[in-house]
Each structure stands twice: as C-alpha cells, then as structure tokens.
Design a protein around this ligand. Structure first.
Ligand SMILES: C[S@@+](CC[C@H](N)C(=O)[O-])C[C@H]1O[C@@H](n2cnc3c(N)ncnc32)[C@H](O)[C@@H]1O
Length: 237
C-alpha cells in the first residue's frame, strides 16, 4: 500500500473491460478489503460490472446497488448520483471503506466521475485506473493503435455525420465508441471517407460472447452497447 493511501475511505476501482483477470493487483487488494462494495446497475437489470468482479468479491462485504435510470435526459441520472453519493458519504462517516466498481477505466467515459465530483468535495477519493475498452479492443483485434507521431482519436458514434467525418479525417487512428444504434451512420461515414475496408469491429471485448468482424462483412443495422470500431490508417512498421 502506498504510504499516503491510509486515509482514503472511498475508492473508484477500474475492474477492466470484462475478463476478470484484467483487474490490477491494486484494485483487487482494495476491493477485497472493502466494507461496502458499490456498483451501478441500469434500472432493474443485472450489473455488468458486478459480474466482471464476481469471482473477486469478498465474502461478507455489504453490497450497494447504484440504480442508474436508462434515460437520455440528465435530470433523473443526476438525482440517482446525488442519492448514491449521500449513501456513500454516510458509510464513510461511519468509518467504513467503500469500493465503487467501474467497468474499464473509471475516468474514461465512466459514470463514476459523477460520483467523484460530488464526493471529492468532502473526501479524498482514490482512483485506481483500469484496462479500458480501448486497450482491450486493440489487443483482441491485433491492431496496434499508435506509433511515432500518430494522433489517435476517440470518437463517440453519437456525433453527427459531419463531425464524425471531420474527426476521422484528422486522425491517424480512431476508436469509435458507443456504436450501438449508430452503426449504420458510422458505416456510411466510413464508406464515404474510404475507410470502411480497414475498419475492425469488436463487441463485448474480453467478455463472454466476444465477437470480432470486419465492418465490410457485417450486415447488422445495430450493434450492442458494448461495441467499438477501430480504424487504423496506413501504418509505417
Ligand atoms: C460509457 S463508455 C465506458 C468506457 C469504459 N469506462 C472503458 O474504460 O472502456 C461505454 C462504451 O465503451 C465501449 N466499451 C466498453 N467496454 C467494452 C467492451 N468490453 N467491448 C467493447 N466496447 C466496450 C463501448 O463503445 C461502450 O459504448
């Protein structure tokens, strides 16, 4: 344990993209010593991050579900984070150590950041980085992301077509995340930019049910939530 960690009661732990072995030793140690283990679960559904950490969960730890509403408006989600931050604050005041589980890396598009901003007003909150989907996707696809002066862009598929095209044109490599129902739009843009042939798709990277495909070979109209596309322009290896 690092010397300056002793006073930390609240932790955000990256547990990696799916394979339970892709958790760091540090996250594992903190998880197994925690009094309370908190994790998000979309309304009424199972928690994916709980499933990733299942084999590592310590016996007897209290579990806290952070129920996150599946809506696009910010307001209900903000209420859920306010409520969860209040509960975590109470646990910390009672002297307990709380581990908040995060899929992939906590600060890479993770909803943990909404709890962090609330809790760090009164507490020192520790963050343990995790293997993100970006790294897991590249490794599983066998696509090195960057060399020398390459610029890699992470592009949410939620952007509009013109923005997607502009950002793709400017990058040497791109990781397109949040593909889901935007698959068709992304395909159109990649085709228009002449990049579809080199685009590699992966869903559920390192999880059970992982699937890999070339975008050209896929006829799907939609992709699952846990999917991304990597585009690598000419490599000079
Ligand atoms: C809200 S972001 C969370 C990212 C996560 N914190 C990370 O470090 O990878 C969710 C998006 O990440 C991507 N993603 C996360 N895990 C993935 C996985 N195992 N396989 C493929 N894509 C994944 C998908 O594009 C998904 O829509």
């Amino acid at each position: 344990m690092a010397a300056n960690e002793a006073d930390i009661k609240i932790w955000g732990l990256g547990v990696g993209p799916g394979d339970p072995e892709l958790i760091t030793l540090k996250a594992l140690r903190i998880l197994q010593a925690a009094d309370v283990i908190a994790y998000p679960a979309p309304d009424g559904a199972d928690s994916l991050v709980r499933a990733i950490a299942a084999t590592h969960m310590p016996v007897g730890a209290e579990e806290m579900i952070i129920s996150t509403p599946m809506v696009t408006e910010r307001h209900p989600a903000q209420n859920a984070y306010d409520e969860a931050a209040g509960q975590i604050d109470e646990h910390a005041r009672a002297g307990k150590t709380i581990a908040i589980l995060c899929e992939g890396d906590p600060f890479f598009y993770g909803s943990f950041m909404y709890l962090y901003s609330r809790l760090s007003e009164n507490w020192r909150v520790g963050v343990v980085p995790g293997v993100s989907s970006l790294n897991a996707g590249a490794a599983e696809l066998g696509v090195p992301l960057a060399e020398r002066n390459d610029v890699v862009s992470v592009i949410p598929a939620t952007l509009d077509e013109a923005d997607l095209a502009e950002r793709l044109a400017a990058a040497d490599a791109a990781v397109i995340i949040k593909v889901g129902r935007h698959l068709d739009k992304v395909r159109r843009v990649l085709e228009a930019e002449g990049l579809a042939a080199g685009a590699r798709y992966i869903e559920r990277a390192t999880m059970d049910g992982q699937r890999i495909a070339s975008l050209d070979d896929m006829s799907d109209q939609k992709a699952p939530y846990f999917s991304l596309i990597i585009v690598r322009k000419a490599a000079d290896i």
